[in-house]
Design a protein around this ligand. Structure first.
Ligand SMILES: *[C@@H]1O[C@H](CO)[C@@H](O)[C@H](O)[C@H]1NC(C)=O
Length: 355
């Protein structure tokens, strides 16, 4: 590193990461740094065209949707990670300590030699306040609002005026706020910008149901399909730790060789890259179709899965569409061994919020 006397390992490491920041301008800066951000990556890394136009759908997806003449979307079930958030209080305190260390070194009293990177970094204004503690950032609201508008374009028959939509959310502030921003985006997409005074009533029930536990309820997605569909659209807001375990349970992004500290370099092409699987605003969509002219009743229902607005092939077939019955069969073990009612039993006094 060329920084003499930097004892705590984390400082040179951090400097190494931040070095590119000092050399280039904003956009290049973000590009250079983005591979290191893991789950704190921005959604735009997956869809760079969104940097130019957040509402653009990009190139058409081959194979999506299923041909409208034969199959119509019946239900959309989405699990959405909250949008871009601020660092948590703990991280901010750490950052402040690290920054303090740099400042003390900079004034020559901290011992050690000179390091130009450290000096330049110490000129950075440490503007994070502990109060922003993990809250949704303004960019996070925009992530959600734009996602809602894109989904409204992708699923015009389901996300349509007057449709009954169901929202659930983890009780964390950033998820509830994400749900609000998403709904506002959707409202604008469906009813135009003059939505102010008519906040209630468009989406059927206007409550977001809150879940104190972040993850178990996601299994509801592949839940028994025997009942009539009460909501054609179900949107659930959670965390990276909601989506990643679900995807792992479903068998996605498994590498033959497990990642560990000693093989990190050889694993640069690994499938399990959280920054590309669950960046901010990550979304996993299950689309259930009803298909006319099916050979038999079990061929009537088909499913497609989209992860971050790209078709996700089914693990058991490699195909981008599956019979619903096959999907249910394949995940039978997880479905039957999930004590959904027990794990997710909700106290009736559980808080509900109005939009
Ligand atoms: C890391 O993985 C490699 C296989 O790629 C294995 O040979 C090695 O023993 C593992 N190291 C540790 C510490 O588990």
């Amino acid at each position: 590193m060329g920084c003499p006397g930097t004892r705590p390992l984390s400082v040179p490491m951090l400097l190494l990461l931040l070095l590119p920041l000092l050399l280039v301008n904003g956009e290049q800066r973000a590009e250079l740094l983005s591979p290191f951000f893991g789950t704190k990556s921005r959604y735009e890394e997956l869809h760079p065209h969104l940097l130019r136009d957040p509402l653009s759908l990009g190139r058409p997806l081959s194979g999506f949707p299923l041909p409208p003449a034969s199959c119509t979307p019946l239900q959309l079930s989405a699990v959405v990670r909250h949008g871009t958030r601020f660092p948590t209080r703990k991280q901010i305190e750490k950052l402040a300590r690290l920054h303090g260390l740099l400042l003390r070194r900079g004034d020559g009293s901290g011992g050690g030699g000179r390091c130009s990177v450290a000096e330049r970094l110490s000129g950075w204004e440490m503007w994070y306040q502990p109060e922003v503690d993990g809250k949704l950032a303004p960019k996070g609201s925009r992530d959600m609002s734009s996602l809602a508008k894109r989904l409204a374009s992708r699923f015009p028959s389901l996300l349509a005026p007057g449709r009954r939509l169901a929202f659930t959310s983890s009780s964390k502030h950033r998820c509830v706020e994400s749900s609000d921003a998403f709904r506002e985006g959707l409202r604008q997409a469906l009813y135009g910008r003059m939505s102010e005074g008519r906040k209630n009533g468009e989406f059927g029930p206007t409550t977001t149901r809150l879940f104190p536990n972040a993850w178990p309820w996601v299994i509801a997605i592949v839940h028994e399909r025997s009942k009539p569909i009460s909501s054609p659209v179900i949107i659930q807001f959670g965390h990276a730790e909601t989506l990643q375990p679900l995807l792992s349970l479903m068998g996605y992004f498994k590498d033959k060789v497990p990642l560990n500290a000693s093989n990190y370099r050889h694993q640069s092409k690994r499938k399990f890259r959280t920054g590309r699987i669950v960046p901010y605003a990550a979304n996993l969509l299950f689309v259930l179709y009803h298909c006319e002219q099916a050979k038999s009743p079990k061929d009537e229902y088909k499913v497609q899965i989209l992860l971050n607005e790209k078709l996700l092939p089914f693990t058991y077939s490699g195909k981008k569409v599956s019979l619903y019955s096959k999907l249910k069969n394949h995940y039978q073990f997880s479905l039957q061994n999930c004590e959904f009612a027990k794990v997710c039993s909700i106290d009736e006094k559980c808080p509900r919020i109005n939009s």
